[in-house]
Each structure stands twice: as C-alpha cells, then as structure tokens.
Design a protein around this ligand. Structure first.
Ligand code: SF4
Length: 380
C-alpha cells in the first residue's frame, strides 16, 4: 500500500500559517461549473488567470464550454440611446460627458420622447430586445423634470412595444425606482467601473458604496440589474478580480464589459487600448467567475480588431449593437452578418432564466464531445 500524501500536513500548517492555494486548471473549473457549481472558480485561480498565469487559449476553451452550456447558440443584443448628453457634474476620469473635462461632447437637453420611441423601433430592427435610456446625470432626483421625462419615455417605449425599456440614469431613490417600475422599466444599469481600490483613483465625486446601494435598491424593487466595468484604465489584475468579486457578491444579471476608448480632454486621454488577446483573457475569466450572468460586449469592442468574432469563443454571451454614446461602434450590418456566420441567434433579455429557453438552447447546442459537457447545468 502506497503512502497517502494527501494526509500529510502542509509544512506551513505547523507554523500557524495557511498553506498557499494553487490555481486550478481552467478546464477543471469548467467541468465543475457545468456540473452545477456556479462558484467553482475561486479567487486565487481567477487572479492567476488574470495575471497571465494560464494559457489564454486554454482559458477560452474552458469559457466557451461554459458559455455554450449556459446559452447554447443564443446571444443577447441590446442598444442604448443618449437621453441626455453631456454636462454631467460627476468627475469619472474616463468619461467624455463629465463637465470636469473639456471634450468634443456639448451638453444637450433631454432627448424628445418621440425620438426615443423611434430609436426603440430601430433597435428592434437590429435584433435588439432592449433599449437602454442613458442620461449623463448624477441621478434623477425626486420631483425633477428629468425624472418625469424618463418615466414618460419608459412608458412610451413600453406602449410602443418594440423593445423592453432599460435605464442608466445614476442614483435613484426608492420612490423614483417605484415610478420607473410602474412605467414599465425592467432593468437598471449602474456600472461599478472597476474594483473598489481602483475606483477612487478615477472618481472623486461619489463613492463605490453609493453605487452599490443603488444596485441593491433596484434589486429590492424586483428589477434585473446590469452592472459592469471598464478595462484598460491602468488597473491591475487584482483590481479586475475585485470587480468580478463584487459582481458575484451582488449577483447581478448582466455584466457589460467596456474597454477604454480614450477621449481627448478626459483624465485618461491618450491611454493605449488593451491588446486583443488581453481583452479575450478578461472576457474568459469573467465568464468562468460569473457563469450565470449575461456577459456582453459594450464600448471598445472594436479594439479586438480582426479577433472580434472570438469574443464569443472567449465566453461573451451578448453585445451592444448600434451607436454607443460618444465613441464609435462597428456597423450593425457587419455585426449581424458576424452572428449569422457564427451560427448565433438573438436571445430576448431575461429569457435565459426560463427553463423552456434553456431547453431550446440545449437542443441547439452543437455536439462537442463528452455528453456530460453538452448537458445544461442547473444554472438558474
Ligand atoms: S456619472 Fe456617468 S455620465 Fe457622469 S461622468 Fe460619470 S460616467 Fe460620465
């Protein structure tokens, strides 16, 4: 009989220290996720993967298996409209709409409700199931004309019936959220931008906790939550892990991944874009760390260049189509052609939570080897 090495105490244990944790293999983590353990990716492994201590192709292979197990060949598509551009009193260092910076963006009035409804029709024609109404505001205070306007716009979009209405409007009180929910709002976007440690180096006019409180308040109202961040601002792998951990703790529903498009005049003007493989690495790690969530590509995905279609193989399950707020996006025709070429079809927002859709996705998932790896896990 051999010696059971697993029974030996770790040398550090006798000195009262915790033994070092070893990063797991991405493929092993994918197996465990597909078997139903949504938290199989631990922080030690995720940090190692984000720190280039795993082959990016191995990471992508694992993330792609998880994506297909979760979403099959379905992808979420959504669009946004700037419902109030520029002049924001906050000082987010990456943002062209902050009045703390002199950029090409000029402050505007609120966009007319009719224009917003027309845009929801356009979004539907592009295959998007939701239109996000975005305002460059600290928030929409109770009793403000801005809140009245967005409530009216949300109700009009829902009445028109082209798409769902989502909103990204900054801080909101419970009463304001109630009004938006009554008008037909289904999802609130409120990004955390980065990990807690790095956040305070790019935003001084409000705190990380204020953002988290708004997200929690929206969840308490029964809204789906869309919370993501921006990469390429000078943050470290540890900062990226901190963001992923916050998103897991909050159990948000959708995670937009933005990659900095530096804008002249902002604090981050002149910052170089991340390399395509570095972007794919981040996508893959977020997919493995957040297997339930819709992880979708937002601003800056054009930095992927020729590797753009690989964002899905890295684990992305959706993308924003159409114009971004103040930075360029690729044309819709090219995006829709890319999906068709990849055999991917649009999935309606929130449908991934419904068993019958998961079932449909399962039957649409191509065979990739071991039967167990094709089976949809209980990810609800
Ligand atoms: S709160 Fe939003 S609009 Fe205002 S500066 Fe920050 S990111 Fe820009």
């Amino acid at each position: 009989m051999g010696v059971d090495v697993t029974a030996r105490p770790h040398p550090l244990a006798s000195r009262g220290k915790s033994p070092p944790m070893t990063p797991q293999a991405p493929g092993t983590v994918a197996d465990r996720i597909i078997d139903g353990n949504l938290q199989a990716a631990d922080a030690t492994s995720a940090l190692a993967w984000l720190s280039d201590q795993a082959d990016v192709w191995e990471l992508m292979n694992a993330a792609d298996r998880v994506r297909r197990a979760r979403f099959g060949n379905r992808v979420h598509l959504c669009s946004i409209i700037n419902a109030k551009e520029g002049g924001c009193p906050e000082d987010c260092g990456f943002c062209s709409q902050s009045r703390h910076f002199s950029t090409h963006v000029a402050p505007s009035k609120f966009t007319a409700v009719e224009t917003i409804v027309e845009d929801s029709d356009l979004a539907r024609q592009r295959g998007a199931s939701a239109l996000g109404l975005v305002t460059a505001t600290r928030g929409l205070p109770d009793g403000s004309k801005g809140l009245d306007h967005v409530v009216e716009a949300v109700a009009a979009v829902r009445a028109a019936g082209h798409t769902e209405a989502h909103a990204s409007v900054g801080f909101l009180s419970d009463d304001a959220l109630d009004r938006l929910v009554d008008a037909g709002l289904t999802e609130l976007n409120h990004n955390l931008e980065s990990g807690r440690s790095f956040f305070k180096t790019i935003v001084c006019t409000h705190t990380y906790d204020e953002r988290i409180e708004t997200i929690q308040r929206a969840k308490a109202k029964g809204l789906r939550t869309c919370v993501g961040g921006i990469f390429g601002m000078g943050e470290t792998p540890k900062d990226r892990l901190e963001l992923a951990q916050e998103l897991r703790a909050l159990d948000v529903d959708e995670v937009p991944l933005n990659f900095l498009v530096s804008v002249d005049g902002t604090k981050l003007a002149g910052a170089s874009p991340l390399a395509p493989l570095a972007m794919l690495r981040i996508i893959a790690v977020f997919r493995l760390f957040l297997p339930r969530q819709n992880i979708f590509m937002a601003a800056g995905r054009t930095h992927l260049g020729q590797l753009m279609p690989m964002m899905f193989a890295a684990g992305a399950s959706g993308m924003m189509v159409g114009e971004f707020l103040t930075t360029p996006n690729r044309g819709v025709t090219d995006d829709l052609q890319m999906l068709e070429d990849l055999g991917l079809v649009p999935l309606r927002c929130g449908d991934g939570e419904r068993p019958e859709v998961l079932q449909a996705a399962q039957s649409a998932t191509p065979s990739v080897g071991a039967k167990r790896r094709n089976a949809l896990p209980v990810l609800a």
